[in-house]
Ligand binder design. Structure first.
Ligand SMILES: Cc1cc2nc3c(=O)[nH]c(=O)nc-3n(C[C@H](O)[C@H](O)[C@H](O)COP(=O)(O)OP(=O)(O)OC[C@H]3O[C@@H](n4cnc5c(N)ncnc54)[C@H](O)[C@@H]3O)c2cc1C
Length: 444
């Protein structure tokens, strides 16, 4: 085991050995970087412990994406639970969390959504420090383009709603857009002239893998078991409640007993719900993204054109990151169709002619969980003891801290967190939908 060093909480570098588990903690700091240089940096503890499943936990979280890992972290950190497992069918962050275009914003329309996403954005602002892990959060601003009078009117309403909700938003004219993003084809003479737009300056992007890894590291340091390559294939019930999960691990099936299960599996939510005996109003689609070869810094902001169905930013590596709308048909195939890709590429050539000759380096897709009102489903499911975190659709990366925080609260206390209460599944019975289609649209 590694030598012990100073620090506390997530960051402390003590190795705690008990009969059943070893907790490895490494505080990342300039001092420890220097100290470890003496040993040629051969002495760092792994960021998290890859665990084997045990037969019983107090709580099991299905899905090792950002939401599942954040839930485990907050269950341990905020509620003191330690006997927790995250069960991940593949590798952590290998689902949508590691496939998204990393946009973080809180520019939603309705107060319920504004509160939820703003809470998440505020958490993001302090997350690198909280997790002692650099999530490369960059508040470079998001610019939503207006190409018509209708867009301008809709955006004026949108900005007013945001300001009413206490969230920063600014209407800008074409000249201001050009100043922020000089390579945009603003017109005149452009096929889709830009009349203006609106900006949320505190929005931006964060490194997606780092968010998953940071939460995994934090959770693991607090004693959470992270079990990879382990698929939940069924649920166990007793006395009308969930009593555990059946998993497939290393080619064999085994039962894990627990009192509470949190399910955060994005596009696979309806499949697992069916195994638990209920249906979800979720349809799964492929959502794709792509990047060009890396170039020197050419884009300053995240820019989005709802009318053209595409959005752009530049990664720290220099790749131009491009995304668009959902594929047109439901699917579990993690690829993405040529038609959507073509739309994104042609919109890019139209809006940024100077990027037209860049080569596409990679294209990929994730399976997202689309709900009719484009809002998440949070809270206890029809099977008591089983809690849901799904329906984030095209935009759940930005919500990871809030999704984890509120699911942990529900699992630990048995009550909805006030931020999550409006998003219960029951809204599809009561009709109190929170229709964020306009703000979710293609705006991830
Ligand atoms: C191309 C693309 C671009 C996007 N862009 C953005 C963006 O810019 N901003 C934004 O906010 N959001 C964006 N999103 C959406 C965002 O990525 C997701 O909403 C978010 O990552 C969901 O996180 P999650 O933890 O719920 O799911 P995931 O990260 O998908 O994790 C779910 C995990 O559950 C596991 N799993 C599934 N079934 C089982 C099982 N039976 N047993 C065990 N494990 C299981 C999967 O392997 C997976 O790792 C984008 C998505 C895609 C695909």
């Amino acid at each position: 085991m590694k030598r012990a060093k100073d620090g506390d909480g997530v960051g402390s570098i003590t190795s705690v050995t008990s009969s059943s588990k070893i907790l490895m903690r490494t505080r990342y700091s300039a001092w420890n970087l220097l100290a470890d240089a003496r040993g040629g940096h051969a002495d760092w503890a792994p960021a998290w412990r890859d665990a084997e499943p045990r037969p019983r936990y107090d709580a099991v979280i299905v899905g090792g994406g950002g939401h599942g890992l954040a839930t485990a972290y907050y269950l341990a950190k905020n509620h003191g639970l330690r006997n927790i497992a995250v069960i991940e069918a593949g590798w952590i962050g290998g689902g949508n969390t590691g496939r998204n275009t990393t946009i973080v914003r809180s520019n939603y329309l309705f107060p319920e959504s504004a509160r939820l996403y703003e809470f998440a954005l505020k958490q993001y602002e302090g997350l690198s420090r909280e997790l002692n892990f650099n999530i490369m959060f960059s508040q470079r601003g998001i610019v939503t383009l207006a190409h018509s009078r209708h867009d301008l009117n809709a955006q004026a309403r949108w900005v007013n709603a945001m300001l009413f909700n206490g969230i920063d938003a600014e209407l800008v004219d074409a000249a201001q857009v050009r100043q922020m993003e000089p390579r945009l084809n603003v017109g005149p003479g452009a096929r889709h002239p830009i009349l203006g737009g609106f900006v949320q300056r505190r929005a931006g992007s964060a490194r997606h893998d780092a968010v998953a890894w940071g939460y995994a590291r934090g959770a693991s340091a607090l004693g959470v078991d992270i079990v990879q390559n382990c698929e939940v294939v069924d649920f166990k019930t007793a006395n009308g409640r969930v009593a555990g999960v059946k998993v497939r691990w290393q080619g064999r099936e085994m039962d894990i007993a627990c009192d509470k299960v949190g399910v955060a599996v994005a596009g696979h939510s309806s499949l697992l719900a069916r195994k638990a005996g209920f249906d979800l109003p979720v349809t799964s689609y492929a959502l794709q993204a792509m990047v060009t070869e890396p170039v020197k810094p050419v884009l300053n902001t995240v820019t989005l054109s709802p009318a053209l169905g595409a959005y752009w930013s530049q990664s720290d590596k220099g790749e131009v990151v491009m995304g668009g709308a959902l594929d047109h048909f439901p699917s579990y195939a993690q690829r993405g169709s040529l038609a959507t890709m073509q739309q994104v590429v042609s919109a890019t050539a139209e809006m940024f002619p100077s990027l037209g000759r860049l080569r596409l380096l990679r294209q990929w897709a994730g399976i997202v969980d689309i709900v009719k009102d484009s809002s998440p489903i949070l809270g206890e499911s029809p099977l008591p003891g089983l809690y849901l975190n799904c329906g984030w659709g095209t935009g759940g990366f930005k919500a990871i801290p809030a999704g984890g925080w509120t699911l942990a609260h529900a699992m630990a206390t048995g009550r909805d967190h006030e931020l999550a209460a409006p998003f219960r599944l029951e809204r599809f019975h009561t009709g109190r939908l929170i229709d964020e289609a306009a703000a979710a649209g293609i705006a991830h």
